[in-house]
Write a protein that binds this ligand. Structure first.
Ligand SMILES: CC(C)[C@H](C(=O)O)[C@@H](O)C(=O)O
Ligand code: SF4
Length: 476
């Protein structure tokens, strides 16, 4: 009998082209996603070496990080120029490189344009059991549909473009099992914030995390993508969730998903990928879903998580001296005093978007809280940025844009937006933002900006009250 294997081991084994004596493996890459920020040098390298892209059919390019989220065409339908010269150069490079190397390209004004990690699953380009790479740390996101997906650097982007393979060390495996039922107002984002707070920002280092348990199984694909998206914030190389009926129903009929007999064969294969009974993980963490509250970050690391009912911690309360120092520094940057109730923290900016939380369910969750309410006066800037043009169109068909606009929020074009300060959407220095993104690092949303990571429903709650708020109170 063959040894019981985990989902990770099965995908890995199926992609080994060559195993080296030191354990390093040459791995075949099934899907390569490309965006404008990490690809210009890779294409320049190919050009300098006179190389072609080995498998343009397995490569998909889409601009996202640098695009402004305001209108992209003028009234006459002409494309508007990009003001920032560096952004304009990166975007122009992708627009030129993709067709020159024969790569499929979704341009800035195409209806399918969006954040690369929203577009991949949405198009059925990202599939269970595949290896997926992108020059982007949140590639882990695609693990939500059962793909082994991880971020790579620009030199590796060039390597994959040229060879469709990568030399990799196998990772250790870690199971994060969330059992039980979450309470009202608790979303996938709260689950992953709670997990990150529990295991720490380095808790998954060297591991690929598989998320299991009834609370994970109960999630939609949108929720699973949110969970896997932040595997990297727990230090892991990638996140994985075993594909199941929810996954198959989500993928069926998507443009790049297999069709006809190919679809049936794919399902049969995908079903064989689940971790075998008795397979061992190198590390196991078990979490009770009932312990998870709507959550919020107080500091400048995604591990700095407390329930919304909690308080800003005292740095002295941490056992580890280096964490004490980091917490003190974080609180100085965040302008917070220990002991402050999280629900007393005022908020001036709201960002609902990013590859963590910009899918249709996120838009619905935020709209459900906003509906019939209006933005608080002290909230100066509140933007809702759908993750793709298709999410935008769906939300508009459901009238969600009207709910946001009527409440005084802005409804934008798809892109990374205020998740990171690489485009015009920035949070002013010294101001706070309740943000549905995945990183609260120093300067992440703009120099001096103070980020509190939350779920879409929690960001919506903050938008209408003007402070961090327990969304459950608005659900009564
Ligand atoms: C710009 C890009 C390379 C970067 C990443 O690698 O993740 C960005 O997407 C981020 O989220 O910080
Ligand atoms: S939305 Fe944010 S986290 Fe996601 S790819 Fe863009 S910049 Fe990175």
């Amino acid at each position: 009998m063959t040894r019981p294997r985990t989902l990770y081991e099965k995908i890995w084994d199926a992609h080994v082209v060559e195993r080296r004596p030191d354990g390093t493996c040459l791995i075949f890459i099934d899907r390569h996603l490309v965006h404008e920020v990490t690809s210009p040098q890779a294409f320049a390298g190919l050009r300098a070496a006179g190389r072609k892209v080995r498998r343009p059919d397995l490569t998909l390019a889409v601009p996202d990080h640098n695009l402004p989220t305001t209108a992209r065409r003028d009234a006459a339908g002409h494309r508007l120029p990009i003001a920032d010269p560096e952004s304009a150069a990166q975007l122009a490079a992708l627009e030129k490189n993709a067709p020159e190397f024969g790569i499929r390209y979704i341009d800035a004004v195409a209806p399918e344009q969006g954040i690369v990690h929203v577009v991949g699953p949405e198009q059925g380009f990202s599939l269970p059991g595949t290896t997926i790479v992108c020059g982007d740390s949140h590639t882990a996101c695609h693990g939500g549909i059962g793909a082994l997906a991880f971020g790579i650097g620009t030199s590796e982007v060039e390597h994959v473009l040229a060879t469709q393979t990568l030399l990799l060390q196998p990772s250790k495996t870690m199971e994060v099992r969330v059992e039980g039922k979450v309470g009202p107002g608790v979303s996938a984002k709260d689950i992953i914030l709670h997990i990150t707070g529990t295991i720490g920002a380095a808790g998954g280092t060297g591991h690929v995390i598989e998320y299991t348990g009834s609370a994970i199984r109960a999630l939609s694909i949108e929720g699973r993508l949110t969970i896997s998206n932040m595997a990297i914030e727990g230090g892991a190389r990638a996140g994985l969730i075993a594909p199941d009926e929810t996954t198959f129903a989500y993928l069926k009929g998507r443009p790049y998903a297999p069709k006809g007999a190919g679809w049936d064969a794919a399902i049969e294969y995908w079903k064989s990928l689940a971790t075998d009974p008795g397979a061992a993980y190198d590390k196991v963490v078990v979490i009770d879903a009932a312990d998870i509250a709507p959550s919020v970050t107080w500091g400048t690391s995604p591990e700095d998580v407390v329930p919304i009912t909690g308080i800003v911690p005292d740095p002295a309360s941490f056992a580890d001296p280096s964490k004490q120092a980091a917490a003190a520094k974080s609180l100085a940057y965040m302008g917070l005093e220990p002991g402050t109730r999280m629900q007393d923290v005022p908020i001036e900016n709201i960002f609902i978007g990013s590859c963590t939380n910009s899918r249709i369910e996120d838009m619905r969750a935020a709209a459900a809280v906003i509906k019939g309410r209006t933005k608080a006066d002290n909230v100066k800037w509140a933007i809702v940025v759908p993750g793709s043009g298709l999410v935008k169109a769906q939300a508009e068909a459901e009238g969600l844009d009207r709910i946001f606009l009527d409440a005084g929020l802005e409804w934008r074009e798809p892109g990374c937006s205020a998740c990171l300060a690489m485009n015009p959407d920035k949070v002013p220095a010294g101001e706070r933002c309740a943000s549905t993104s995945n990183r609260n690092f120093v300067g992440r949303q703009g120099p001096g900006a103070r980020t509190h990571l939350v779920s879409p429903a929690m960001a919506a709650a903050a938008a209408v009250t003007g402070k961090l708020t327990d969304v459950r109170e608005l659900m009564r």
